[in-house]
Design a protein around this ligand. Structure first.
Ligand code: ADP
Ligand code: MG
Length: 199
């Protein structure tokens, strides 16, 4: 991937997080502590600030650098988890990925996030978006279909009961609200899918 293209992906991700920071905060206020919007914005703006240097690296190293930066800057429970996601993608992906290698890498990255969070899909977290995105990729869906699947999956966290993260402290009262990390993951998936589609 060309440096300019990776820079565009970073900009697209940071833009969508910034544009939706208040919404992410509101979601996290309902069943968490209300810091998710700010956490994610701080992290992706830190990545954006180093975009030139990061994008100049080969893709695997660039992804690892994004992950490391997110771990250092996002904070909360989600920082290490998003960091793990990007670091694992960097570890697994070849320099020039295709759908098959991306699908395999995402599967490994989902495992890594689950290991880090002691979590799995079905517990009302970001994994409830990542897993359907992996499935849509594996099924050969288009970028738009994958982005739609991510949105649908985030919506589908509304009736779920949280079993991991801060929202799980609320038990049954976590039902009826969208998981903030599921929403931010869906935003990132759409931004990246549309940026790749447009190139
Ligand atoms: P904190 O919960 O520490 O305030 P954030 O608000 O930034 O951190 O992130 C909360 C999000 O992190 C949740 O909405 C959820 O999607 C995700 N999350 C929290 N714990 C886990 C976990 N153990 N496994 C997977 N995702 C998790
Ligand atoms: Mg929070």
């Amino acid at each position: 991937m060309a440096a300019s293209e990776f820079s565009r992906l970073i900009a697209a991700a940071a833009d969508t997080i910034a544009a939706h920071a208040d919404e992410l905060t509101a979601l996290d206020q309902a069943i968490g502590d209300g810091d998710h919007g700010l956490n994610m914005k701080r992290g992706f703006e830190a990545v954006r600030a180093e975009s030139d240097g990061i994008a100049a690296k080969p893709l695997p190293d660039a992804l690892k650098a994004v992950g490391t930066k997110l771990v250092m800057t996002v904070g909360g429970a989600s920082g290490p988890l998003f960091g793990t996601l990007f670091m694992a993608l960097g570890k697994e992906l070849p320099g020039t990925p295709d759908r098959a290698t991306l699908t395999a890498a995402l599967s490994k990255a989902i495992e890594a996030v689950g290991a880090r969070g002691k979590s799995q899909p079905g517990q009302k977290t970001m994994l409830d978006v990542l897993q359907p995105v992996y499935e849509a990729l594996a099924q050969g869906k288009t970028a738009t279909e994958i982005a739609d699947a991510a949105d649908h999956a985030a919506d589908a966290t509304v009736p779920m009961k949280a079993l991991r993260g801060r929202a799980s402290f609320l038990g049954e009262r976590s039902i009826g609200h969208m998981d903030a990390g599921a929403r931010s993951t869906a935003l990132l998936v759409r931004a990246v899918a549309e940026a790749i589609e447009g190139s």
